[in-house]
Design a protein around this ligand. Structure first.
Ligand code: CTP
Ligand SMILES: C[C@](O)(CO)[C@H](O)COP(=O)(O)O
Length: 234
């Protein structure tokens, strides 16, 4: 039977956040930010195991108690210089530690997207479980798009037709994703789907919403906090 695994790349430094502490450990809704993604993924009964990919020298992870997730959670200290490298290393080491078959699904989710809901996760899995390629959560671009020049003057207005913003989780068969990432080592790719696209495949876009935002800048952090607090109140 095909299994599902999740992998959270969490080896980044959060340079755009501007904190010394990597952003995945900043306190968000009373927990380190990374806790929220782990919690949502570990709650899913479909997912056999959740891998966390940390930087080799990470000393922060061990400061917290993660025992509530028991052995559903597996920590791998094999992060790389880029997100793509962290994911690729995590998939390779993860397969050595757990039995992942070539055709099993892997869901890659940023530690920096703490507001993912179970509803969004299940929608992604339901809509892709019989897909030949796989896909990702995404939202259609809603704003008018301007291409600026080096002086921040508008050069042109771009059509937003058929343009989407990629989110995570991004879900692919193990063999396809590892082949795609091995093939894309020398190029600058910022998500998993673009590695798969480079092999000539067309991942499916699954409609999500803005609440699954990526915390990149301090103002995103404040927004994520509001979203999580609002959910607790309801
Ligand atoms: N070498 C890297 C870089 C990023 N990531 C992870 O990839 C996700 C998305 O990356 P991003 O939001 O860009 O995080 P950072 O790289 O930490 O941020 P910045 O680009 O601002 O430094 C995060 O969970 C981050 O920890 C990773 O595992 N390994
Ligand atoms: C994977 C991602 O979150 C999809 O939007 C995004 O591409 C990560 O990009 P970053 O430049 O590493 O933040």
């Amino acid at each position: 039977m095909t299994k599902y695994f999740a992998l959270i790349p969490a080896a980044g430094t959060g340079s755009r956040m501007g904190n010394e502490l990597p952003k995945q450990y900043l306190s968000l809704a009373h927990k380190p930010m990374i806790y929220h993604a782990i919690h949502t993924l570990c709650q899913s009964q479909w997912i056999s195991r959740v891998f966390i990919v940390l930087a080799p020298g990470d000393t922060e992870w061990a400061q917290y108690d993660w025992s509530e997730f028991s052995d559903k959670l597996m920590v791998l200290y094999c992060g790389g210089v880029t997100r793509a490298e962290s994911v690729r290393n995590g998939l390779a080491v993860g397969q050595e530690k757990a039995v992942i078959n070539e055709n099993d699904w892997v869901l890659i989710h940023d530690a920096a997207r703490p507001c993912l809901t179970t509803v969004q996760l299940e929608k992604l899995m339901n809509e892709l479980m019989n897909d030949k390629v796989g896909g990702l959560l995404a939202i259609p671009v809603a704003d008018t798009l301007k291409r600026g020049d080096i002086h921040n003057r508008i050069g042109s207005t771009e059509s937003r037709e058929n343009l989407w913003q990629a989110q995570t989780p991004q879900m692919f068969r193990y063999h396809l994703l590892i082949d795609a990432l091995n093939n894309a080592t020398t190029v600058n790719i910022t998500d998993d789907a673009s590695a798969v696209e480079r092999l000539g495949f067309h991942p499916k876009l699954i409609l999500s919403d803005v609440c699954n935002l990526k915390v990149t800048y301090p103002q995103d952090f404040a927004l994520a906090e509001l979203i999580l607090q609002e959910r607790k109140i309801q």
